[in-house]
Design a protein around this ligand. Structure first.
Ligand code: NAD
Length: 414
């Protein structure tokens, strides 16, 4: 059964809150987003028509610092999805120990059917609609599904024009020429590479004996496949929205990237067998990396997952029902709030560099990222061992305790 994302997020929080023995008032506070903004705004389309779009910005908790979270452009964006993703951002920032709260935003639209000029007008207008929440000290958007550095550049420009001076630190994931950080584009995948390497070590899997399947071949999936391949793993299956390709002897990842550039999708790549996205998830492999979207591993397919290790690159790819089945079957799951935190970690570096107007080399960014992801994995692993639980609950216990402590220390305003 596919579950509502917000229900799933609250259920995960409730389990941790119960274990931590949080006071009822604190639980009630942390279950709800702090702020929810809904905007309806007009955009002139290329044919002269004016269309009304709906957008959201949700801030879940800002006890540990300014709100931080991506902007999604998709026809599937809903307020509940934003609430779930904002809450996960709060825990994600806490689990890697960076000083941000959680937020998420999005616009209901079909970005692939819009021209570049329409996308730019919609992005600029949306940025101004949420501008009273935005700012380097208050709320810092970033890219997410179907948004990219160019869209962040337009958001930063709209916000800066509104104030009359440049404010680069108000968004992250910007192009390098606008104050973006070296290494930001690869950061989420690099973080996944680090936690996968650490988890493989715990399971005694050597990279050269390890087969990997990656669902999703966008920013996160394609770079993850490349980096895990570079680590020595054999990538046996990859997919995009059209379907997947499989070769038990290994797929040439640079060639796959090249093939997608030329053909727009993976299907038909020479030397591979075509599989559907649901078949892909059930392929024989050691490591499965869902890097596309939520609700992919459910009660329906969890029992047939062959991987020993599942690394959640996407947000919310595993439903709670599937999680229980995997747990019972002894499949190790590195949870999204830890696995894909590399992106927000380098967003934090970009924000720090922007505020200081002092930029780091790619090597410096990568070294700091490696160190934060390794320590976070270690802290989660130790927590899950001492509490005799899985990595997901270990990560939640760590993150929720940090946010609860900060919230309590700040106290009530009146
Ligand atoms: P993207 O848009 O670059 O890529 C998404 C990929 O998934 C594409 O290859 C697309 O074809 C594929 N896809 C879409 N629908 C699919 C479906 N129904 N079945 C199979 N494949 C499908 O997005 P991204 O930035 O790579 O993000 C992927 C996931 O990672 C999302 O859940 C996102 O929230 C999460 N994430 C991204 C970042 C980041 O820095 N980009 C950070 C943290 C988490």
């Amino acid at each position: 059964m596919v579950v509502d994302l917000y229900d799933a997020a609250v259920a995960q929080f409730d389990e941790a809150a119960e274990r931590l023995g949080l006071a009822h008032s604190l639980r009630a506070l942390l279950r709800e987003p702090k702020r929810e903004l809904i905007v309806h705004f007009p955009v002139r389309m290329d044919d002269g028509d004016v269309r009304i779009f709906t957008g959201y910005r949700v801030q879940h908790n800002i006890a540990r610092g300014p709100a931080k979270g991506g902007i999604r452009f998709s026809p599937c964006v809903t307020l509940d999805e934003m609430r779930a993703l904002a809450m996960w951002m709060t825990w994600k920032c806490a689990v890697v120990g960076i000083p941000f709260g959680g937020a998420k935003g999005g616009v209901i639209c079909e970005p692939h059917t819009m021209s570049r000029a329409e996308l730019e007008r919609m992005t600029r207008r949306y940025a101004i609609e949420i501008a009273h929440l935005m700012g380097p000290d208050s709320d810092i958007p970033a890219p997410d599904m179907n948004t990219n550095p160019q869209i962040m550049g337009w958001m930063m420009d709209a916000y800066s024009m509104h104030l009359g001076y440049p404010v680069p630190a108000t968004v992250t994931g910007k192009p390098l020429a606008l104050g973006g950080s070296a290494g930001r584009l690869e950061a989420t995948a690099r973080g996944i590479q680090v936690v996968t390497r650490e988890a493989m070590r715990c399971l005694g899997i050597e990279p050269q004996d390890c087969s990997v399947v990656v669902q999703g071949f966008g920013n996160v999936g394609s770079i993850t496949a490349r980096l895990l391949n570079r680590l020595g793993c054999t990538i046996v299956g990859i997919s995009d929205i059209e379907g997947g390709v499989y070769n038990p002897h290994g797929i040439d990842v640079p060639m796959a990237l090249h093939y997608v550039e030329e053909h727009g999708c993976l299907i038909g790549m020479p030397g591979t067998e075509t599989v559907t996205n649901s078949e892909l998830l059930e392929l024989p492999c050691d490591v499965l990396v869902p890097a596309a979207l939520e609700n992919q591993i459910t009660g329906r397919n969890a029992a047939r997952i062959k991987a020993r290790l599942l690394v959640e690159a996407a947000n919310g790819p595993t439903t709670p029902e599937a999680d229980a089945i995997l747990n019972q079957r002894g499949v190790m799951v590195v949870p999204d709030i830890l696995a894909n935190a590399g992106g927000v970690t380098v967003s934090y570096f970009e924000w720090v560099q922007g505020l200081q107007r002092f930029f780091w080399s790619e090597q410096e960014v990568n070294n700091r990222l490696d160190s934060i992801m390794r320590s976070a994995y270690q802290a989660v692993y130790e927590r899950s061992c001492t509490q005799q639980t899985n990595l997901r609950l270990g990560a939640y216990l760590l993150a929720v305790a940090r946010v609860a402590e900060a919230t309590e220390l700040r106290g009530l305003y009146l």
